[in-house]
Write a protein that binds this ligand. Sequence first.
Ligand code: F6P
Length: 545
Amino acid sequence: MSTHLTQSAAWQALQRHAAIIANEHMRDVFAREPERFSQFSLRAGSLLLDYSKNRISSETIKLLVDLALARKVPEHRGAMFSGAKINTTESRAVMHVALRNRAEGRGLVRPMMVDGIDIMGDVLHALMRLREFSERVRDGSWTGSTGKPIKHIVNIGIGGSHLGPMFVADALKDYQRADLTLAFVSNPDRAQIDEVLGACDPAATLFVISSKTFTTAETMSNAAIARGWVAEALGEQAIARHFAAVSTNHHATTEFGIPADGVFPMWDWVGGRYSVCSGIGLPVILACGFDTFDAFLSGAHSMDLHFETAPLDQNMPVIMALLGVWYAEFFQAPASAILPYDHRLKLLPFHIQQVDMESNGKGTTVAGDPVETLAGPIIFGGGGSDSQHSFFQLLHQSPRLIPCDFVAALKTRRGTDASRDLLLANCFAQTEALMKGRASAELANIPEALRPHRSFSGNRPTNTILLDSLTPFALGQLVALYEHKVFVQGVIWGVNSFDQWGVELGKELAKSLEPSIAGQGLLAARDSSTAGLVAAYLEAKRRSV
Ligand code: F6P
């Protein structure tokens, strides 16, 4: 691929076009184009994407699709689905789509190839084992070492081995069994695990150690604490009944004391942040049942099919990706917000923040050159309406342009009620306010001096994603929608969305500081700031002895 993104004809055409669009206000465009909603909205399965409140025309979409074609998005998409090693720095295929690949109708499941081998046999076998194991835990035939049925599930993991399953489990809380508790531990701060353990009975607790590598320091530290807690209460021989693991590192899981029937596979071709559809979803399966998880996988698969087959200008992840590029590059939007208007979707921003920022927060292209633009955006967000009462002020009146995704479910398993009326009224009204704004001329009754403070420029873009209902299927679609959006943006910016070298340096330096922090190492080679901070900590430790 040419690395000269900004020199390409497609880019320059967009630049010229942006100068025209910058002078348009969406308020006027909506008045002129009454069909805008039907023109700029898409349906896929249980999802509706309304992207009409964007600073675009049909010409914008055409030019953005030209950019996607110039950057060979269809070819890259084909390469991912065919198992090519598109994670070039780690020489790995990227096959999270295989995790939810399933037969259409009565047909056979489509082969998915990595290194010339169909991986679907392994995927389906792992799913069968996850089903069997979870059913045994849920029906009480898998007991703790004293014969007690499992009543508490504790997932220990971090990053992709934490955020994805925690988000999905929380979103599907209405599908969880009331007599099983589910907790997530990620922080090496003992306060978190102590709080969780304090609410559990060791004889009725099953820990899932979720770690692709089984070497991640935070996870290993928490796993060791949990192991000690079980061994102290029930004896060493109890470990096998109280721990399961999801990992590629079977040597380490065996050393930890987890027998093979409690270890579920991961593969190098699944990135951590893309792993929620793998065994990393085990806590979801245990809490909600395998059939619920299976419906979640079906939803993700249906979005995969949509992504693979829909024309680019009717392709939900492609459209969302192109709109993101449009604002980041041609309107210098510094960030992008994800705003779920549903309590059950409150963790969506945190999961997608990792998916997006760990994937596209890169400074180097696949070819090894510096990226030409700022590439991946800053992603933040929070639940509506709470966020309306905190950071929305900046979204409405700051000179910064922050495109937003509003995400809401029309119904939940509990149906719909007056409080959902209020929630959705707020959701829709916010997109309207951001779009229309309020001109000074509309403030005739307000004292003149206050008018600048009370006016809103508007013309602030939003997408609205509506789920028919917060079902496992719709949730799977939503997760895959964002995964593919991030993929398309990575292709456009020319970065490898599937490595994460940026997190390595900090890990290395933390390791090398450990002896000093324990009071045994020399700090002479460290900079004065780091040495000073360590000294302050050592002094606090000395005083607290
Ligand atoms: O440090 C980043 C990271 O590698 C993530 O990409 C990953 O999801 C997380 O750490 C946890 O890794 P593991 O599953 O190997 O413990």
